[in-house]
Design a protein around this ligand. Structure first.
Ligand code: ZN
Length: 145
């Protein structure tokens, strides 16, 4: 089974977490502190589920806003999946379908899609528009570390 590295924010130990523990809050094998829950795939969220999920995740959140009718969003989907895998254990990638979730689209003032928002503690740190390459998304993310 594949594993992902989740680095402990308290002691810096790299913990290997099996893929089947996705979404569960692990404990550091060294200091027993809470680890960020591992997510290695994008998590679909809605007007109903968004706030509780974001509140429960201590790390940075990349929120992609998209719609099923948008060809650029369909093209961007593979990149979003790839980025979620690359950032597994460091950040979570979430997806919001703006066609079904108008409250979130309005709240985050989404004017064009696909759009990526970087959130920390629920607040917008930056936005990235359009179907970018995974390299562009990752370097954009790392500029805000
Ligand atoms: Zn630790």
């Amino acid at each position: 089974m594949s594993t992902y590295v989740v680095t402990c924010s308290r002691c810096g130990t790299a913990n290997r977490i099996p893929a089947d523990k996705e979404g569960k809050k692990g404990r550091c094998g060294s200091c027993h502190g809470d680890l960020l829950p591992l997510y290695y795939r994008p998590v679909p969220l809605t007007d109903v589920t968004f706030d509780a999920f974001i509140k429960g995740y201590a790390g940075p959140v990349l929120a992609e806003f998209w719609a099923p009718w948008c060809p650029h969003c369909r093209e961007f989907e593979a990149t979003v999946v790839k980025v979620a895998g690359i950032l597994a254990g460091t950040a979570v990638v979430v997806q919001v379908n703006t066609q079904e979730n108008h409250i979130l689209a309005n709240r985050f003032d989404i004017k064009g899609i696909p759009a990526l928002l970087l959130l920390k503690q629920g607040k917008i740190v930056d936005r990235l528009s359009g179907a970018q390459s995974s390299d562009a998304v990752i370097s954009w993310f790392r500029r805000h570390r």
